[in-house]
Design a binder for this molecule. Structure first.
Ligand code: ADP
Length: 160
């Protein structure tokens, strides 16, 4: 049986911390689906279209990784894409408390759905989407936290 993992998250934006979890995971999963969870009640800072493009660029040369957008329960989307594993990252004990709870909920929702938690690489431990958004909002340079060229992607986005 193929080992397929879903890496779900908001990815607002996708950071080098996220990239590291995917690259390390791609060594022991046959396939990884990065799932951008979309909640229509919640306004994103970086659009879904932009993040899809940025994540696609990041993994152009990694054939076993792809990205999709989903709505609703993570466990249901995992079933839909045939994933038997959820991949998540752990930076600290706060992440652990949260991940521990949702891992149990998800395995209750879909029997046999296992959560695999990878401990962050220390040099990425302090990176969070929230911090990147804050730096960006106040005009700081966020390039070193992102695995793609944000400015080039923003310039290529259709203006609304
Ligand atoms: P969510 O809103 O579901 O927490 P995020 O996009 O913030 O989604 O994060 C997705 C996953 O990536 C979570 O498991 C989170 O702990 C993990 N993660 C975020 N930043 C890092 C990082 N710097 N190193 C390792 N894992 C990370």
């Amino acid at each position: 049986m193929k080992r397929i993992a879903l890496f779900p998250g908001s990815f607002d934006p996708f950071t080098k911390g996220h990239e590291d979890i995917v690259r390390r995971g791609s060594r022991f999963f046959d396939e990884i689906v990065i799932g951008i969870g979309h909640n229509s009640q919640k306004q994103r800072f970086f659009s879904l279209e932009l993040m899809l493009a940025c994540i696609n660029t990041t993994f152009t040369n990694t054939p076993n990784v792809r990205v999709e957008v989903f709505q609703g329960l993570t466990a249901s989307f995992a079933e839909k894409v045939g994933a038997n594993f959820l991949l998540r990252g752990l930076r600290n004990t706060t992440d652990f408390e949260y991940e521990n709870t949702i891992a149990q909920v998800n395995s209750n929702l879909v029997e046999g759905l296992e959560t695999v938690l990878l401990i962050t690489t220390p040099r990425h431990a302090y990176i969070s989407s929230t911090i990147v958004r804050d730096i960006y909002r106040y005009g700081g340079n966020v390039d070193k936290y992102l695995p793609y060229n944000l400015a080039a992607h923003l310039a290529a986005q259709p203006q609304v």
